[in-house]
Structures are given as structure tokens and as C-alpha cells.
Design a protein around this ligand. Structure first.
Ligand SMILES: NC(=O)C1=CN([C@@H]2O[C@H](COP(=O)(O)OP(=O)(O)OC[C@H]3O[C@@H](n4cnc5c(N)ncnc54)[C@H](O)[C@@H]3O)[C@@H](O)[C@H]2O)C=CC1
Ligand SMILES: O=C(O)C1=N[C@H](C(=O)O)C[C@H](O)C1
Length: 326
């Protein structure tokens, strides 16, 4: 019998992830192993083939690098510049045949303006840090650079307002993994169809990410918003955030090779009298699902810009609805 009780701050011995963790051996084959060929990325582009310049901001980090590699594999033209939060950085990063020069913050506006002149059809992808979301977005909007914002956190209301006010094009999503996006969409439709249907239920949420993740899962926040509509209030401060590699190995069951890149989420609902329970999980090993989704998002946004679509702000559900769900 599951016994997730309110106000647990640590894992109870009977936590479903502890149970699940015992079967990690069975779960692991579903995850990409570290020895798998570099990303299971197709070289073919999505629906129809297309190529355009793409600038990936945050190439010094894990997601930025994965997206840059995926862009090359999908035949996009990688613009050879990216940025860092640190001023004194004399660095280049090689991705495929391209040497990407990394600039400090003071050069951002000049370099981006030159990029906009040289590559008028460029799409910018941002995978930086939560505290850079708003300032980066404001700059892209000021210069008129369409962007895909994969970075989570920041002030989301302000982010949307910046894009709206500038009439720039943007695709914003804390989750680029298309199958996970479809799951979140399902939860949203569920909540819209049956609001309040889980009134009286109790919700526990656990998320586990690599230790370097600074913020709380943006995806979990979106799913929780659906549970709230279903009638289950939730205090975000109660979310169990696991960043300790030992706990991830022993309790969560993350395969060792993915301790530095995983996103496991568990939502557990219990009825008031404990007689009914529901459990939802979405567990990702590695980053290929996000990198592939991000390239689809960039291709989608490029098409919207080229066709001068009147809608300016998109999310990943828009991408899926237009047939990019492969
Ligand atoms: N939308 C999605 O599907 C996903 C979103 N993310 C989000 O992407 C962001 C980055 O994640 P990771 O790559 O794992 O982090 P990371 O820490 O590996 O990389 C971030 C990089 O950005 C650099 N950076 C920080 N501020 C910057 C700035 N102002 N300008 C340029 N570069 C800057 C850092 O030096 C670092 O190299 C996080 O917010 C994370 O939550 C991560 C995975 C999937
Ligand atoms: O930082 C990550 O790794 C991830 N961040 C996104 C989020 O916060 O929802 C998506 C996924 O969980 C991976």
C-alpha cells in the first residue's frame, strides 16, 4: 500500500520512487545509455527539408551544446557566436566543423546586431540560466531577433509582455520534449474537461534533476497548475526537489550514467480517505529529447517568421499540432 502522507520533507521508506528505484535495472534499458551513438538524432529535417542560420546562446552549457550539435546534424547553419555570463572569456567551442566564439555580456548587443544584419533570417535559441531569461529576451526583442526560449524560470509574465510589446516572434516552453509536451497537454485538457473532479484529493510531487539545476522544474509547475484546476490545491514549497546524486541513484533509480543529465517527475494523488490513489510519472534520461524538440521548434518558428504569421508567440503545443510529432 502506498503511503505518501502530507508534509513529507524526505522520502518515506515506502515512497513509490523507492519502490521504483528497486526496479531500476528493469527501467534502465528504456533510457539512452552513455555508450549509445551520439544522440539518436535523425539527420533528416522534420516535415519538409529546410535550412537557415541558428544562433545558440548558452553553448558553454549542457543544453546549448546538445542543441548546437543537433542543429548541425539536422543541416542547419550554426552561427559561430554564443555568449557567456562572464566578461573575461576567451574561448571557442567546436561543434562539427564550426568554431563558436564565446563573447562576454558587454559585447552582446553589438554582436547580436551584427548577426541580425548578416543573417536576417536567423533564429536564436536560448539555453542559459533562469536569471538571464528576461534580460536576454529583452535584447532579442529590441534587436528584432526571433527566439526559442528553452531556459526556464525568470519572470514569465514579463517575458511574455516583452515579446507582446515588441511584436517580435518567440516560441517559449519550459519543456521541449515532444512526448512530455503531449502529456502536459493531456493533463491540461483533462483539467479543462473535468474541473474540480479531484476535490479533496491530496497531491505529492517529487522531481529529480542533475545537481547543477538551479531552479524548480518548470514542467512540474505546469502539471501542478492542471492538478489545481482539477481541484487539488498545492503549495509549491512542498515540492520535493532531489539534487543529491546518492539519493538519485538509490531512491529514484536514475541510471548512474545519467546522474548529470536527467529529469524524473512523479505526481501522486490520494483520496481523502486513502482508499484511492493515482500516480503519474515522466522520466527522461539524457538531453536528446529536448535537443530534437528544440530544433523542431526552431524550424517551426522560422516558417512562421517567413510567412509573416500574424500570431507572434507560440509554445510547443503549437509545434505538435502542426504535425511535428514524430
Ligand atoms: N525547455 C526544456 O525542454 C529544457 C530546459 N532546460 C533549461 O535550460 C536551462 C539551461 O540548462 P542546462 O544547459 O542544463 O544548464 P547549464 O548550467 O549546463 O548551462 C547553462 C549555460 O549558460 C551559461 N549562461 C548563464 N548565463 C548566461 C548568459 N546571460 N548569457 C549566456 N550564457 C549564460 C552558463 O555559463 C552555462 O554554461 C535551464 O534553465 C534549464 O532548466 C533544460 C533542459 C530542457
Ligand atoms: O533543467 C533541466 O534539466 C530541465 N528543465 C526543464 C524544466 O525545468 O522543466 C525541463 C526538464 O525537466 C529538464
Amino acid at each position: 500500500m502506498l503511503s505518501l502522507r502530507p508534509h513529507h520533507t524526505t522520502f518515506p521508506r515506502t515512497s513509490p520512487w523507492l519502490r521504483w528505484g528497486r526496479h531500476a535495472g528493469a527501467a534502465a534499458p528504456h533510457c539512452l545509455s552513455a555508450a549509445a551513438p551520439a544522440l539518436a538524432l535523425e539527420t533528416a529535417a522534420g516535415p519538409g527539408s529546410v535550412s537557415f542560420p541558428i544562433l545558440v546562446n548558452g553553448c558553454t552549457g549542457n543544453m546549448g551544446l546538445s542543441v548546437a550539435e543537433a542543429a548541425v546534424l539536422r543541416g542547419l547553419h550554426l552561427v559561430p557566436v554564443s555568449f557567456s555570463s562572464r566578461e573575461k572569456v576567451k574561448k571557442t567551442i567546436q561543434v562539427g566543423q564550426t568554431d563558436i566564439r564565446i563573447y562576454g555580456p558587454s559585447a552582446r548587443e553589438d554582436v547580436l546586431s551584427s548577426v541580425a544584419d548578416e543573417f536576417p533570417d536567423v533564429i536564436v535559441v536560448d539555453y542559459t540560466a533562469p536569471d538571464s531569461v528576461n534580460s536576454n529576451a529583452e535584447l532579442y526583442c529590441k534587436i528584432g531577433l526571433p527566439f526559442v526560449m528553452g531556459t526556464t524560470g525568470g519572470n514569465q509574465q514579463l517575458l511574455y509582455k516583452s515579446v507582446q510589446d515588441s511584436k517580435n516572434y518567440a516560441l517559449i516552453s519550459p519543456q521541449m520534449g515532444k512526448q512530455v509536451v503531449a502529456f502536459v497537454a493531456l493533463m491540461r485538457i483533462f483539467a479543462e474537461q473535468f474541473p474540480g473532479s479531484f476535490s479533496g484529493y491530496h497531491l505529492e510531487v517529487l522531481e529529480s534533476h542533475q545537481a547543477s539545476k538551479k531552479d524548480t522544474s518548470g514542467t512540474a509547475k505546469d502539471v501542478i497548475a492542471c492538478f489545481e484546476k482539477l481541484g487539488v490545491p498545492y503549495d509549491m514549497n512542498r515540492m520535493v526537489k532531489i539534487r543529491d546524486p546518492e539519493q538519485q541513484l538509490e531512491m529514484v533509480g536514475v541510471p548512474e550514467e545519467h546522474i548529470e543529465g536527467h529529469a524524473f517527475h512523479l505526481y501522486h494523488l490520494t483520496s481523502a480517505d486513502d482508499s484511492v490513489s493515482f500516480e503519474f510519472q515522466h522520466n527522461v534520461c539524457g538531453r536528446s529529447i529536448y535537443a530534437e524538440g528544440t530544433i523542431d521548434a526552431a524550424i517551426f518558428l522560422h516558417r512562421k517568421v517567413q510567412s509573416k504569421d500574424s500570431k507572434r508567440i507560440y509554445n510547443m503545443e503549437d509545434v505538435l499540432r502542426e504535425g511535428y510529432m514524430r
